[in-house]
Design a protein around this ligand. Structure first.
Ligand code: NDP
Length: 383
């Protein structure tokens, strides 16, 4: 029996992790749950999974805990994350919060000696060196949940210690894969949220449409697998069946395939090194018939070039990209800016804020704050 704390239990990844815990009650016990504001769903989850602790970071005003949940300890406010990550006993902590808010949770969980199952890519994007250093010092390597990174991690299990010469990150290409740039620039919220293969939270779905998701994943892969950016190639693969691949010195390529279902990588991290049933559909290659691959298109999607430039620049450049992108996506989801402005706002923030340091978590938060400020200042000009 493994115990697990879930930061971000009400989201797309968090709820799928709970589905798996429900499917395997003999293997997993949930000890802590946190969300940002969604009290109704959190309370329902507490009723169902009976954790020792639950918390909301931004509770709605006047919130009261239902009487039947008196068996569970509750906390409200930012400390809820720290308690769930580090205080409540748990073998594993799934960090499935969205955005840079995940960084502190990852560091707290590692410091407490927990095994971190990492869905939140923004923690590695913004603080990759701090997170990987700490994980190494604590002897607790991160278990990736992001499907591409889980695929690479799974391929490496069969590598007998051989280091790959390159990583092949696949990308569905999102809903705008075949659209001309002018149409992408004018895309609506509904069009951006209409992902062809995956059902995910709003932020990552918009990031998939802009390819900033793949940009963040290049950075994530750089830290998880200690691989220079120039050896991380992106392949557009519209069917989302090959979840990523690794190439070795002899030219052999190992890939991991499966239907697009996040329960597979989540279950792999939860039960690692064992494999367990997920209740999902199985891959039928005959029905699928063909798998296709295309090169990335930097002219229509500048996001990948920006990622590589930020990794080359070092310091807090990746944190600036991430903060500017989070602020721009939030503005787009509030219908305040057109889709194309996401690219412009991120690029402008990067030009306005060169050379910021990232030596500590405070430096990273400062770079994030300044990136958001730069986006807010530029917003009027692009409305
Ligand atoms: P969702 O938006 O669906 O869920 C986010 C979760 O985090 C919710 O529980 C939410 O609570 C909570 N949350 C949001 N903001 C904060 C905050 N400031 N502080 C604390 N908790 C917060 O996101 P996803 O599940 O889609 O994604 C989570 C992470 O996993 C992201 O980093 C994403 O990039 C990554 N990921 C997601 C995939 C997917 O298929 N969804 C695939 C691969 C990676 P509330 O409900 O109260 O708002």
């Amino acid at each position: 029996m493994k115990t697990i704390a879930i930061l971000g239990s009400t989201g797309s990844i968090g709820t799928q992790c709970l589905q798996l815990a429900a499917l395997h009650p003999d293997r997993f016990r949930v000890t802590a749950l946190t969300a940002n504001r969604n009290a109704d769903l959190l309370f329902e989850q507490v009723r169902r999974f009976r954790p020792d602790f639950a918390g909301l970071v931004t509770p709605p005003e006047g919130l009261r805990v239902p009487e039947d949940l008196a068996f569970c300890r509750f906390a409200f406010g930012p400390e809820a994350l720290r308690i769930a990550a580090a205080e409540v006993p748990a073998d594993m902590v799934l960090v499935s919060i969205v955005g840079i808010a995940g960084l502190a949770g990852v560091l707290d969980a590692l410091k407490a000696g927990r095994q971190v199952l990492l869905a939140n890519k923004e923690a590695l994007v913004t603080g990759g060196h701090l997170v990987t250093d700490l994980a190494r010092r604590m002897g607790k390597p991160l278990l990736p949940v992001d499907s591409e990174h889980s695929a690479i991690f799974q391929c490496l299990q069969g590598a007998a210690g051989n280091r790959p010469v390159s990583l092949l990150l696949t990308a569905s290409g999102g809903p705008f894969r075949t659209w001309p740039r002018e149409r992408i620039d004018r895309a609506t919220r509904a069009e951006a949220l209409n992902h062809p293969n995956w059902s995910m939270g709003a932020k990552i779905t918009v990031d998939s449409a802009s390819m900033f998701n793949k940009a963040l994943e290049i950075m994530e892969a750089r830290w998880l697998f200690d691989m220079p950016a120039e050896k991380i190639r992106v392949l557009v693969h519209p069917q989302s069946i090959v979840h990523s691949a690794v190439e070795f010195a002899d030219g052999a390529v190992l890939a991991q395939l499966g239907v697009p279902d996040m329960r597979v990588p989540i279950a792999y991290a939860m039960a690692y090194p064992e494999r367990i049933a997920t209740g999902g559909e199985r891959l039928d290659l005959i029905r699928l018939a063909s798998l296709t691959f295309e090169p990335e298109d930097p002219a229509r999607f500048p996001s990948l070039r920006l990622a590589r430039e930020c990794l080359a620049a070092g310091g807090a450049a990746c944190a600036v990209l991430n903060g500017a992108n989070e602020a721009a996506v939030a503005a787009f989801l509030r219908d305040e800016i057109p889709f194309g402005a996401i690219f412009t706002l991120v690029e402008d923030a990067l030009s306005a804020l060169p050379g910021l340091p990232a030596d500590s978590i405070e430096d990273i938060y400062e770079a994030d704050r300044r990136a958001r400020e730069a986006v807010a200042a530029r917003m009027k000009g692009v409305q």
